[in-house]
Design a protein around this ligand. Structure first.
Ligand code: CMX
Length: 443
């Protein structure tokens, strides 16, 4: 057994027993209620899921096992000479609930490097797709093609005990995470770099190796990739990609099937695809305003025009958050600290800042947008553009590679906690109206 798995088993098994006893004792206590409006607005505000890896607060933002993003940027181990956390560390934290040492993180890096070989038929499958296929479609298909490797599916087929499910889900999840950067880089190089591929460098950490396989060797790109792969990992359980992975996994579909389903959700423009939409929107804004750096007044007019056309302002708003997304702030800080402070002012990053100053009051004035502040996607593309990664329809794949760490750590926990198949009830509008009438009458 690998060290991480050993540590996880020692921690998770007694905890699962504790949870079982807790549920038995407290099973009838009500912790959340569903109003008619909650039912009609995507179940927002209704607590209906268990997710161990992270928790979102509308005002405080995301916390991973209790740690905020600024705390993690400080406390998680870094690469030699590095200043941003290694994503291996946040995976360890989400899985085990404790901060890793430098050695722990080094072990996760080596563990993933050992598992990173992608079978040839995955690349062959990707090669069969038209090059015009969207990178997120390619990514999802690449993951599906790799499902042939699922140890869970094969063990389940042969017959295994329920108490061993987590072990195979752990193995599949670790293998999948280890291989995703290679698949993503293959898609990138196939689509945008004349199908010329770069071999992995097993001496590099997971995120730096990813940057290397994409074709970016600069220290700052590796630094950005470590931050980017850390901040996108998880956003508690109810967001579309996390919830879908969990839901599909609850049918005991293996981690390849579950994760691929989650990625199809991430590919929606109201979720992860918003990062490509933001750059498309900024480039169009610049084009319409004649290029260069627009004024704040011009940006304000462009935002109003977007709203008048019945479109969303991408990168703004959130289903849960009610303040500036700390993931946006971390990227803003990256721009200030590593780009602007060395005199390399970037027009797109400057526009992101101006939109931040101008958009919230305009969005608020509509009277209906609950959160006028930026989310993670409002900034990520601008930093990538700065470093020459300009192919913005690829950006959501980067989000997806990172998101794997959170949703797959959660999937392992789902099986340890023996969470059953998910099956909420539904009703019809007619029945809902009848029920509401009775409640009114009673009151
Ligand atoms: N621009 C224009 N209108 C917006 C808006 C925005 N940025 N954000 C919300 N609204 C609108 C909604 O479309 C809705 O309009 P209708 O009542 O006409 O249907 C109304 O304001 C109320 O929406 P809400 O309750 O504030 O927001 P939701 O929880 O329904 O949706 C989100 C949240 C993120 C989908 C929405 O804010 C949005 O579409 N934002 C732009 C897309 C985006 O940036 N998505 C990325 C989110 C982060 C991620 O998952 O990666």
């Amino acid at each position: 057994m690998d060290t991480l798995k050993e540590k996880f088993a020692a921690k998770a098994m007694p905890f699962a027993k504790e949870v079982k006893a807790f549920v038995k004792e407290n099973g009838e206590k009500v912790i959340s209620q569903v109003s008619v409006s909650a039912l009609y607005s995507g179940m927002k505000g209704v607590t209906g899921l268990i997710t161990e890896t992270s928790k979102l607060d509308p005002n405080d933002g995301i916390r991973f096992r209790g740690y905020s993003i600024p705390e993690l940027r400080e406390k998680l181990p870094k690469a030699p000479n590095g200043t941003e956390p290694l994503p291996e560390g946040i995976f360890y934290l989400m899985l085990l609930g404790e901060l890793p040492s430098v050695e722990d993180v080094h072990n996760v890096s080596n563990n993933w490097a050992r598992r990173s070989n992608v079978p040839k038929h995955v690349f062959d499958t990707l090669d069969e797709l038209p090059v015009s296929t969207h990178p997120m479609t390619m990514f999802s298909i690449g993951v599906m093609a790799m499902q042939t490797e699922s140890l869970f599916a094969s063990a389940y087929h042969k017959g295994i005990s329920k108490k061993d499910y987590w072990d195979y889900v752990y193995e599949d999840s670790m293998n999948l995470i280890a291989r995703l950067p290679r698949i993503a880089a293959y898609i990138y190089r196939k689509k945008y770099k004349n199908n010329v591929h770069i071999e992995p460098d097993p001496k590099l950490d997971w995120a730096a190796n990813f940057a290397h396989m994409l074709g970016y060797e600069e220290f700052d790109v590796k630094r950005l990739m470590r931050l980017y792969m850390t901040i996108h990992v998880d956003h508690e359980g109810g967001n579309v990609s996390a919830h879908t992975t969990h839901l599909v996994g609850s049918a005991l579909s293996d981690p390849y099937l579950a994760f691929s389903a989650g990625m199809n959700g991430l590919a929606g423009p109201l979720h992860g695809l918003a990062n490509q939409e933001v750059i498309a929107w900024i480039l169009e804004l610049r084009r319409e305003l004649g290029g260069g750096l627009p004024s704040k007044e011009e940006i304000a007019e462009y935002i109003k025009k977007t709203l008048e056309e019945g479109k969303v302002v991408p990168g703004y708003g959130h289903a849960v958050l009610r303040k500036t997304d700390p993931r946006f702030s971390a990227q803003q800080d990256f721009y200030q600290r590593y780009i602007k402070s060395s005199g390399k002012k970037d027009d797109i990053c400057e526009i992101v800042q101006m939109v931040y100053e101008v958009a919230p009051p305009i969005l608020e004035s509509t009277g209906k947008i609950k959160n006028p502040w930026p989310n993670v996607d409002a900034h990520s593309g601008a930093l990538l553009m700065h470093f020459g990664i300009t192919e913005f329809d690829f950006y959501t794949v980067l989000f997806g590679v990172s998101r794997a760490l959170g949703v797959l750590a959660s999937l392992v926990w789902d099986r340890v906690l023996a969470l059953p198949i998910e099956r909420p009830g539904s009703t019809t509008i007619k029945l809902l109206m009848e029920k509401a009438k009775k409640i009114e009458t009673k009151a």
